[in-house]
Design a protein around this ligand. Structure first.
Ligand code: KIV
Length: 271
């Protein structure tokens, strides 16, 4: 009897191999089936179902309002489409910081209800008990240090983090702590490039940067930003690969004009 494999082709082990070979890791966010399918077909290594869905899908100013049910909905929509890329789902604010038992319950819901491959959470020493407990249940954990948007009300700004020596030292120490706990990778967000390079060279697990320079092991961007769907956001680290806002607006304007003029539908477009 043969059983069909439900494992995706890119595994956490494969990411480690990529780091060891010096092969850069590509990661982008997705929140729905269609985008997940296109990304997977394009050959992306990792798809992050990020809680940035709060901003780009729901129009919230911060990621704080995201709930576990929201993340499960987005996670499940993406995993239905993906056969190759590793799929990571964010644990949203308030579902893992309070206590590690709640953190494990949140991670188990994500894994069971979305069929993702791993979860991501923000923070270092403050959340290490939750990281330990989730890992002890066999759930792969990706860390996230530097600018951690779930703590925006503590930071007060989205400025570059860890420019001062004290904050940089804490970030390095947190990165080692997450690695020793057993995290398979760490996202480094909006930190000086020299710090990103240092963390990447000190750690044996992959580091994936967003605004952390080119010395890290991979890069991640929010898909709406890199596609130019959201064209109000233009930090220095963002490279736009398309102007979908312009393309989509043009298509919508053409459609509206065709409907108004009676040009659509024409004879071939009806039964
Ligand atoms: O939620 C998200 O999209 C993220 C990325 C910015 C890394 O965490």
């Amino acid at each position: 009897m043969s059983t069909e494999s439900t494992m995706r082709a890119v595994t956490t082990y494969r990411l480690l191999e990529m780091k060891n070979k010096g092969e850069k890791i590509s990661m982008l966010t997705a929140y729905d089936y269609s985008m997940g399918r296109i990304l997977d077909e394009a050959g992306i290594d990792v798809i992050l179902v990020g809680d940035s869905a709060a901003n780009v899908m729901a129009g919230h100013e911060t990621t704080v309002p995201m709930t576990l049910d929201h993340m499960i909905y987005h996670g499940r929509s993406v995993t239905r489409a993906v056969t190759r890329a590793l799929v990571v789902v964010d644990l949203p604010f308030g579902t893992y910081q309070g206590n590690s038992i709640e953190a494990l319950a949140s991670a188990i819901r994500i894994m069971k209800e979305t069929e993702a491959d791993a979860i991501k959470l923000e923070g270092g020493v403050e959340v290490i008990e939750s990281v330990d407990r989730i890992l002890s249940a066999g759930i792969p954990v990706m860390g996230h240090l530097g600018l951690t948007p779930q703590s925006i009300h503590k930071f007060g700004t989205y400025n570059v983090r860890a420019k001062q020596e004290e904050e940089a030292a804490k970030l390095i120490s947190d990165a080692h702590l997450l690695q020793e706990a057993g995290c398979f990778a760490i996202v480094l967000e909006k930190i000086p490039a020299s710090l990103g390079t240092r963390v990447a060279s000190e750690l044996s697990i992959p580091t994936i940067g967003i605004g952390a320079g080119g010395g890290v092991d991979g890069q991640v961007l929010v898909i709406h930003d890199m596609l130019g769907i959201n064209n109000e956001f233009s930090p220095r680290f963002l490279r736009r690969y398309a102007d979908l806002c312009g393309t989509m607006k043009g298509a919508f304007e053409n459609y509206i004009a065709d409907v108004k003029s009676g040009d659509f539908p024409n004879e071939k477009e009806q039964y």
